[in-house]
Each structure stands twice: as structure tokens, then as C-alpha cells.
Design a binder for this molecule. Sequence first.
Ligand code: ADP
Length: 484
Amino acid sequence: MSEIPNRLWIANAWADARSGATFATTNPATGEVITRVAEARSEDVDLAVEAARAAMRDPAWRRMNPHTRAELLWKLADALEANADELAALETADNGKTYFESRKVDLPSVVENFRYFAGVADKVHGSTIPVAGPHLNYTLREPVGVIGIITPWNFPLSLAAWKVAPALATGNAVVLKPAEQTPLTALRLGELAAQVGFPAGVLNVVPGFGPTAGSALVRHPDVDAIAFTGSTEVGKTVMREAADTLKKVSLELGGKSPNIVFADADLKEAVKGASTGIFYGKGEVCAAGSRVLVERPVYDDFVAQFAARAQSMTVGDPMQKSTRLGAIVSAEQLERVMGYVESGKAEGARLVTGGERATVNGKGNFVKATVFADVTPEMRIAREEIFGPVAAVIPFEDVDDAVSIANRTIYGLAAGVWTRDVGKAHRVAQEIHAGTVWINTYNQYDSASPFGGYKQSGFGRDLGWEAALEKYTQVKSVWVALDR
Ligand code: ADP
């Protein structure tokens, strides 16, 4: 591996924080410090925003031919692909997810994401509009300007790519603030972007803490929009703090997604899907199917099979091929997850399997795949986002009951439906209040398909070209008199 990136990336150069401050980033599987990273505070955010603003004035970026912009994005995808082993290792060290997930799932999707948006870069155009009078009227789709991107720790590089790729494709400049737990791959992304030829200031990366660096970015008068992924609680703060400067805001927030298993489903597939739904990525997934709703006639059978599958999820060293559950991102998050396990027990849910910590060689933040059955919709484990490998299985009586329980949440990010009845599947898909519904599958993503929330899971969509235009461009209407 080349040197671990650990300074701020501003205007295509490494920089220390003005204050000289640094913070440790830790490997959650071992508890060891990977490196200390420069900690951006508001004065550093100012510099990064200035660099981005300068890039928006710089003809090298502002007037860049869209075909050239597309080519740069494609080259960045190639560079990410060429460095995929290193990036995946950095991601796993920082986040604790298995190397398999980083290398075989996250990295290929990041590469594909940049290629998809490379394809969008030269297809951003307005329209010609028939208007009354002797006038020609047409629209231009222009970049919004400087975009502040704030990302969480669960899919550090993927979620950065979801926002950085469309923002650059549409000609904006970016200041990216990665989560303090996982800043490393974002820094490498900045460096690789410079290496393939993006002009200085187009992509700046400022690791730091939310209430300091994050908040400074949100409040900055020279930042035109904030694209945020994180918790609902922080999303609300971001929206409040962005109001003073009337920034354009998009928020992809938490979830408590229902995975609904009907009695007529292929039970084996449903068990597999429910398991991937909650245990993939250690359950630290905003769209995790954390509420598993099961129709009465198959309830006992489902719980038995689901528990057996949970028991087969090997907890271990994320670098090992046999590992299915890596390390929980931080000691703090582990405490939170264990707090929910206690709450589930105290409220009378039946702990079927898991609910215990584990270690690897006596170290690390691990927890076993956990299944609670006989959960009622009122319990905290059925209402609050846990962000860990903890499933709450809830029985239901019929379609209406399933839909009613599924929608009984402040969230609306995703849902799963398992049934062989095609009419029922589509009907339920229409009745669920969520931004994504998966039928007889779970956790499918594609750069071309929009992803985002209903209700308190946020607004605005990532992925898909229409969402990119909506979020990262603004429309100018131009009038021309034809009679003079
Ligand atoms: P998670 O639950 O994934 O930790 P958070 O919402 O706490 O989600 O964090 C997501 C991102 O938001 C991180 O980059 C974090 O540093 C940032 N953040 C946290 N607090 C604030 C804040 N007050 N203003 C702006 N960004 C913040």
C-alpha cells in the first residue's frame, strides 16, 4: 500500500490543519490506531470553500467542454479500478466491514458510478420553449456552484461517489467532509481526481468532526448546496443551519425498513433475503431490513430458519474469507447496539439468537447476528434505528395488517416484499411509504436507479440522471426578442 493519506486535500495539494490539530482513526477490528488525520476546523473549511469557489471561476473548469469532463470522470473510474485493492483495504481497516464487501461490492459499484455519471456529463441540456409573443425562449442547465458533501461512515467511498460523481458531471466544485470515523478513502479519491487531471479546487476533502467542520460547511455563505447522508437527527440540524443562507439541501437519512414475508413466499429465498437485508454490512446500512414482518401461518417456521441462518453468520477478522460479520465501526456504536439488545429483552421481545458481543484474538468491536422474535410495533427495537445486526421479527395477520405495521414508522427509506402473488406484490409496493421497494429481493442498487427517502428518511434522490439534474443543476430561462 502506498502511504496512508492523512492530511487535508485542498486545491490539489496536501495541507495540515491550520490549528495543527489531528485525530486518530482506528481499526475497529483490532482497536489499533491506523493513522492520525489532520482535523479540519472552520478556518480550514474556509480555505477549501475558497479553493472550490476559485475553481468555479477558473475557465479551465467553468468552460471545460462537457466531453472533456466526461473523459475525466471516466479516467477517475479507471484510476479507482486500478487502485481497488488498496482502497478496499483502507476501507476495511477504517470501517471494519469485510474485505469481501469492500473489494467485491463497494469498489466495483464506485467505479461503475463514476462511469455512469461520465455518461451523463455531456447530456446536460435545457429545452426550447414555445412562448407567447415574438420571442425565443430557452433554458440552460447550469451548475449550482460549490457543493458541500457530508457523508457517513458506513459506506465511506460509495456514498461519497454517489454525490461527488454527479456533482462533478454537472460542472460543480465540491468540498467533501467524510465521517470522522472513516476519512481515508475520501482523501485518496481527492488525490486520484487530481492525478487524472481535474483542475485544482474542483474536489477538496476536509476530514473533521460534524459540529465543527461539518457545521462550518453547512453555514458557509459561499457554499450553494449541501448534499448530506447521515442520521435523521443530524439531518434536522443540517436543514436548520442551512436556512440562514438558504442553501439547497438534500438529505438521505435513517430508516427502519420493513421486510414483509407473506405465507405464499418462497420461504427459503425469503429467509436468505431477510438475512442479507439485516446482516449485510453488519446492519450498519440505512436501508437495512431491520423489521421483518412475517405472516402467521409461516411465522414459526420462518423464525427457526432465520435464526439458523443468523447462527451461521461467522463473526471474525474482516480480512478473512470465511467472515460474514466484520467489526462494528466504533466502541460507541457497539454500546448503542448492545443498549438496544437490552431494551428488546426488557420490553419482552424473545431473544432467539445472538445478542452477545464477540472478540477476535481478544480484540475488536464485534457483535453476533441477533434475532428477536415476538416483537410488537410499539417496542423501541421496532421503532428506532439500531444500525447494527439486530433483526426484529413481527408477526402479522393479513395484507392490510402488514401494510399498516410497515407504515407505522417515522421513516420511509426502503421495504422488501416476499410473495409469489404478483398482484399482491405490486399492490403492497404501491401502498408502502418508502423511496425503494424490493420485491423478492433486497439490497439491490444501480447507478441508474434513484435512491432516497420518504417521510423522515429525507428528500432528494441519489443515483439516476434525473436526480442528478434536480440536485446539482439549476435552470436559467433566457428570453430573446425576435422583432428588433
Ligand atoms: P451516523 O449515524 O452515520 O454517525 P451522523 O449523522 O452522526 O451519522 O453523521 C453523518 C455525517 O454528518 C458525518 O460526516 C458527521 O461528521 C456529520 N455531522 C455530524 N454532526 C453534524 C453537524 N452538526 N453539522 C454537519 N455535519 C454533521
